[in-house]
Design a protein around this ligand. Structure first.
Ligand SMILES: C[S@@+](CC[C@H](N)C(=O)[O-])C[C@H]1O[C@@H](n2cnc3c(N)ncnc32)[C@H](O)[C@@H]1O
Length: 273
């Protein structure tokens, strides 16, 4: 088997931690997120995955968040499969393969060119699936993406790596390009972004920095005309947290009672148009 190199640093390297988390969790009995694509990708990549900083319960947390994003995306696709999906900061996440949308859905996986290059070597091409190897902050990001249908924008673990100016410009570009759409994304609070490089093992190991702290969906509503918040979930509301080990669960429960910690990580469902 030809093994691929993945010598990334910074934000690009964090996707190796989330990939590894999904692969590790997928191998457990009765996983919340079955991801054979991640398992295969980890086998195919010649990399010291232990160095990603991902530990025990982290794999379950990654899988729980991934499962929530899969479920939210699947609900939107069931409501309207005739959409253009922008899977922003996709890394090596196989969401498009896992959800296997119908042919009426055009799916775009978007990440930096070198991440997309690796992605294309790992995952076979699929009909109605496209890749864009570019920074999501590029002004011409949507140049070749038809803007005639509603959009479904999925950004898991991305926005916190952008600056506020770049993130806001990206969301405005999207709402101006498509007639309507839905956005499913996660954000981290200013407190969480300040501490991530110390407290988050995967961010620390990658040498990444979180640069955009968002207190909640209302902040994005104010920054991006037309964007409306439908639902806001804290990490502590994610279904399946009871599967965490006893000590970790107690820690999470305790943190969930402190308001500043409770809203450190939010998953937002929004719409426009
Ligand atoms: C924490 S990883 C998440 C990857 C994937 N969504 C997942 O859950 O496995 C962050 C991803 O955002 C990508 N990213 C960060 N900044 C970006 C930018 N300006 N343009 C495109 N991708 C970016 C990184 O390359 C990386 O793949």
């Amino acid at each position: 088997m030809n093994r691929e190199k993945a010598d990334f640093t910074g934000a690009r390297a964090t996707m190796l931690a989330t990939l590894y988390g999904r692969a590790l969790h997928s191998r457990t009995a009765n996983p919340v997120l079955h991801d054979p694509y991640a398992e295969e990708a980890v086998r195919r990549i010649d990399h010291d995955f232990d160095a990603t900083g991902l530990r025990g319960n982290d794999a379950l947390s990654v899988a729980l968040r991934g499962r929530l994003f899969d479920d939210l995306t699947a609900v939107r696709l069931a409501a309207n499969p005739d959409v253009t999906v922008l899977h922003l900061g996709c890394g090596l996440d196989s969401r498009g393969q896992r959800l296997d949308p119908p042919p009426s859905t055009e799916w775009y996986d978007v990440d930096f060119p070198e991440v997309i290059d690796l992605r294309e070597r790992i995952y076979p091409a699929r009909a109605h699936h496209h890749v864009l190897g570019t920074s999501v902050t590029a002004p011409d990001l949507l140049r070749d993406v038809p803007g005639d249908r509603p959009a479904l924008v999925v950004a898991e673990g991305l926005l916190m790596y952008l600056t506020e100016a770049d993130g806001t410009a990206l969301l405005r570009r999207i709402t101006e390009h498509f007639p309507s759409g839905h956005l499913i994304c996660d954000v981290q609070s200013p407190l969480a972004t300040r501490w991530a490089h110390r407290l988050n093992g995967a961010v620390r190991a990658a040498g990444a920095r979180l640069t955009w702290g968002v207190r909640g969906g209302a902040e994005l509503e104010r920054a991006v005309p037309g964007l409306v918040l439908d639902e806001e979930r804290t990490f502590f509301d994610i279904p399946g947290l009871e599967r965490l080990g006893l000590a970790y669960r107690a820690l999470v429960r305790g943190m969930g009672k402190v308001p500043a910690f409770r809203r450190m990580a939010l998953v937002l469902s929004m719409h426009f148009g």
